[in-house]
Design a protein. Structure first.
Length: 66
């Protein structure tokens, strides 16, 4: 049962982090280069929610198979 909670939490994190990252892509037309954007995005904590969410989803799916 807790696998579903892990899956849904991971999904929420992935959606939140992905949405914020896509929103920050608006900085590229404003004058940032892709390298500057990548450096800047590494400093934003909320952008780490996307990979954390993917890890939680993958973990939940792998544990559900057992």
């Amino acid at each position: 049962m807790w696998y579903w909670l892990l899956l849904l939490t991971g999904f929420g994190f992935a959606v939140a982090g992905g949405t914020v990252t896509i929103t920050y892509l608006n900085l590229v037309p404003a004058g940032l280069s892709w390298i500057e954007f990548a450096i800047w995005i590494r400093t934003r904590v909320e952008c780490y929610l996307f990979p954390i969410g993917l890890i939680l989803i993958t973990t939940a799916l792998m544990l559900m198979k057992e």
